[in-house]
Design a protein around this ligand. Structure first.
Ligand SMILES: Nc1ncnc2c1ncn2[C@@H]1O[C@H](COP(=O)(O)OP(=O)(O)OP(=O)(O)O)[C@@H](O)[C@H]1O
Length: 589
C-alpha cells in the first residue's frame, strides 16, 4: 500500500466519513438540533446578564432582580438538558462510526490477496484497526462536536456583539485575524508532526508484535538486551516526534491565550471609559464582555481541535486506504460452474514469479496433471517451487502465464468459494485457533454436529489423545495450539480436512521426524484421508512416495522427470541423489 503524501491529508478527507455517518441521519439531525439549541441558549445567557445588571442592580428593584435570576436559572436548566442530549448523541455517533469503520476495514482486509501482507506488516495493519479507529472515535465524539459548537457560538456571539456595540465589535474583529494567524501557521506544523507521530507509534506497535511473535527465537539466541535497546530506540523516536508536536501546540496555545486576553483587557479599558462617560450601560458592557469571551473561547477551542481534526484526517486517510484496497485475486463471477470431473487438476504451462521478486521465476512453464482419485507426489530440492504450486492451486496468487484447470475450468473463472471448497490443505505446521479442539476440527464445516466431529477425529486417529486431554473435545488450544505435540496438531489438521471432505487434498508432509508411534498414527490418518481422493503431496518420506500413483521431480520451478519410484531411480540423476540423501534412513530401515 502506498502511504499517502503527508501534504495531501486534508480536512476534506473527513468528508469521506459521510458514507459512514449517513446511516445515522436521524441521530445526526437530533444532535444538530441539540447543538443549535444549546448554542442559542448560551448566547441568550449574555442577555440575561445584561438584564440582571441593568434592571436588577441599576434600578435597585428586588422584584426585577428575582425575575432576572429566574430567567437565568431557566436558561441554565435548558442548557443542561441540551448539553446532555448533544453530548450523548455526538459521542454515540463517534463510537458507532468507529465501530462500523473497524468492521468494514476488517471485512475488506480479510478478503485481500495474501501477498498484500508481505509488504504491509500485519502489526501495522492491526495498529490502524485499533489506534486509528480509536483516534477517529475520540475526534468524531468530541473534537468535531467541539469544533461545530465553537463555530456556531463564534458566529452567534459575533452577531450579538454587533447588536450590542459597534465600536467595540470593530476592536474584536481587528483582534480575530491576529489570533487566527498563528493558528494557521503553527497548525500546519502541528499537523505534519501529528501524522509523523501516528506513523511512528504504528511502527512501535508492529516492532513489538514481531518480537513477541518470535519470542522463543529471541530468547534462545539471548538477544533480549539487543531487542530491548532496539525497541527503546523506536519508542524514543516516537517520543521525540511527539515532543516536537507537543511543543508546537504549547506555543500555539500560549500565543493564542496571550492575544485573546490582551485584546479583552483593551476592550475593558475602552468599554469602561464609555460606561464612565455614560454612553453605555454597565449591563451592556457585561453582556459585551460575555460575548467577547465566547468569541475568544470559540476561537481558542477551534485552534485546539484544529490539530486534532487534522490527525483525524490522517487516520481517516489511512483507514480509507485499507478499506479501498482491492484484492489482486479478481472474482470474475459468483456463479458455481459445472465441472467435468470435480477432482481433475491440470496445470498447463504455468509461469509465475512472486510480486516481491518479479525478476525471478518461481515456476517456469510448469506442466502437471492429476487424474480424479489419483495421487501425485512432488519431490525436489528446497526452493524447487513445490509449495508455490500449492499457493497457486489455492489461488492465493494468479500465474503470469498459463492456466490451472479444475475439471476443465480455468480456476480464475471459478468463484474462489467453489475452488477452495473443493480443496483441503494439510500443511506442515497447521494453524490452530485459540478455541477448543472441537472448534478447531470443525473449522472448515461450521455446521458440523458433535458426532461428525468425533467421527472425523476417530478417522484421523486423534480421538484417543483428544479424550485424554484435560477437557476432552472442549480443551482449549492456547495461542497457535502450543499445548499439542507436532504429531497431534497434524492429526487435528487431518481431522479438519476429513470433515471438510474435499475432492482434492493438498498435503505438505512434515519434514521434521515424529517419534515412531506418532508417525505411525499420522500415517494411518493420512491413508484414511487420501483414500479414493485426488491428492498432491509434497513428499519427504519414502513410504509416501512408494504409495503415490505418480511422482514428479521438480527443480528450479520445472518438472524435470516423472514416473514411478523404480523408473525414476533408473532415469533421473536428481531423483537418485534425492533418494540417496533424503530418503536414505527409511530406505535402509
Ligand atoms: N512469498 C514469497 N515471496 C517471494 N519469493 C518466494 C515466496 N515464497 C517462496 N519464494 C521463492 O520461490 C521459490 C520457490 O519456493 P517454494 O517455497 O515453492 O519451494 P519449495 O520447493 O516448496 O521449497 P521447500 O521444500 O524448502 O519448502 C524459492 O526461490 C523461494 O525463495
Amino acid at each position: 500500500m502506498t502511504e499517502p503524501a503527508k501534504g495531501t491529508r486534508k480536512l476534506s478527507t473527513l468528508l469521506q466519513l459521510v458514507q459512514f455517518l449517513s446511516p445515522y441521519k436521524g441521530t445526526m439531525i437530533a444532535a444538530a438540533v441539540a447543538l443549535i439549541f444549546t448554542a442559542a441558549i448560551t448566547l441568550s445567557v449574555g442577555q440575561g446578564i445584561r438584564i440582571i445588571i441593568d434592571e436588577g442592580f441599576a434600578s435597585g428593584s428586588q422584584q426585577q432582580l428575582n425575575r432576572a435570576v429566574v430567567i437565568l436559572l431557566t436558561l441554565s436548566f435548558l442548557m443542561a438538558i441540551g448539553t446532555f442530549i448533544r453530548f450523548y448523541l455526538v459521542s454515540w455517533l463517534g463510537e458507532r462510526v468507529s465501530a462500523d469503520m473497524r468492521s468494514a476495514v476488517f471485512s475488506n482486509i480479510i478478503k485481500l490477496h495474501p501477498s498484500f501482507f508481505e509488504d504491509n506488516r500485519s502489526g501495522e495493519i492491526m495498529s490502524r484497526l485499533t489506534t486509528d479507529t480509536t483516534l477517529l472515535q475520540t475526534i468524531i465524539g468530541s473534537s468535531l462536536s467541539m469544533a461545530l459548537r465553537s463555530s456556531l457560538t463564534l458566529v452567534g456571539a459575533m452577531v450579538m456583539l454587533l447588536v450590542t456595540n459597534l465600536k467595540l465589535t470593530g476592536m474584536v474583529l481587528a483582534c480575530v485575524p491576529l489570533v487566527l494567524m498563528p493558528i494557521i501557521l503553527y497548525g500546519r506544523r502541528v499537523r505534519n508532526l501529528s501524522n509523523a507521530s501516528q506513523d511512528s507509534i504504528a511502527h512501535v506497535g508492529s516492532y513489538a508484535g514481531e518480537i513477541i511473535q518470535n519470542l522463543k527465537t529471541v530468547q534462545s539466541y539471548t538477544r533480549e538486551d539487543f531487542e530491548t535497546k532496539a525497541f527503546d530506540v523506536e519508542v524514543e523516536n516516537a517520543f521525540l516526534i511527539a515532543r516536537r508536536r507537543i511543543r508546537q501546540r504549547a506555543v500555539l496555545m500560549a500565543v493564542v491565550i496571550l492575544l485573546v486576553f490582551g485584546g479583552l483587557s483593551a476592550m475593558f479599558w475602552v468599554g469602561g471609559n464609555d460606561v464612565i462617560n455614560g454612553t453605555m450601560s454597565g449591563g451592556e458592557l457585561a453582556a459585551f464582555v460575555f460575548y467577547a469571551i465566547m468569541v475568544a473561547t470559540a476561537v481558542a477551542t477551534i485552534s485546539e481541535v484544529w490539530g486534532e481534526l487534522m490527525r483525524a484526517a490522517g487516520a481517516t486517510d489511512r483507514l480509507l486506504d485499507l478499506l479501498h484496497e482491492d484484492s489482486l485475486i479478481v472474482e470474475q463471477q459468483d456463479q458455481i460452474l459445472p465441472l467435468q470431473g470435480a477432482a481433475r487438476l491440470h496445470i498447463a504451462g504455468v509461469s509465475f514469479s512472486y510480486p516481491s521478486r518479479p525478476e525471478e521465476l518461481a515456476l517456469k512453464d510448469l506442466e502437471l496433471d492429476v487424474e480424479e482419485g489419483k495421487s501425485l507426489a512432488l519431490v525436489g530440492p528446497s526452493g524447487a517451487g513445490k509449495s508455490t504450486v500449492f499457493e497457486l492451486l489455492q489461488r492465493f496468487y494468479d500465474p503470469q502465464q498459463g492456466r490451472i484447470l479444475l475439471g476443465g475450468q480455468d480456476i480464475r473463472a471459478l468463484p474462489s468459494r467453489q475452488l477452495r471448497q473443493s480443496l483441503a490443505v494439510v500443511p506442515q505446521a497447521p494453524a490452530m485457533f485459540t478455541a477448543d479442539v472441537a472448534y478447531n476440527i470443525g473449522y472448515g464445516k461450521p455446521d458440523a454436529t458433535e458426532a461428525e466431529i468425533i467421527a472425523a477425529a476417530k478417522a484421523a486417529h486423534a480421538d484417543e489423545f483428544i479424550r485424554r486431554l484435560p477437557q476432552g473435545y472442549q480443551s482449549h488450544l492456547g495461542e497457535q495450539g502450543v499445548r499439542l505435540s507436532g504429531g497431534q496438531r497434524q492429526r487435528i489438521a487431518i481431522a479438519r480436512a476429513i470433515l471438510k471432505d474435499p475432492n482434492i487434498l493438498l498435503l505438505d508432509e512434515a519434514t521434521s521426524a515424529l517419534d515412531a508411534e506418532s508417525e505411525y498414527q499420522v500415517q494411518l490418518a493420512l491413508e484414511e484421508l487420501m483414500h479414493n481422493r485426488t491428492t498432491i503431496i509434497i513428499a519427504h518420506r519414502l513410504s509416501t512416495i512408494l504409495h503415490a500413483d505418480q511422482i514428479a521431480v521438480m527443480e528450479h520451478g520445472q518438472v524435470v522427470a516423472r514416473g514411478t519410484h523404480q523408473s525414476l531411480l533408473a532415469s533421473s540423476d536428481l531423483y537418485q541423489r534425492l533418494a540417496r540423501l533424503q530418503f536414505q534412513d527409511e530406505a535402509v530401515a
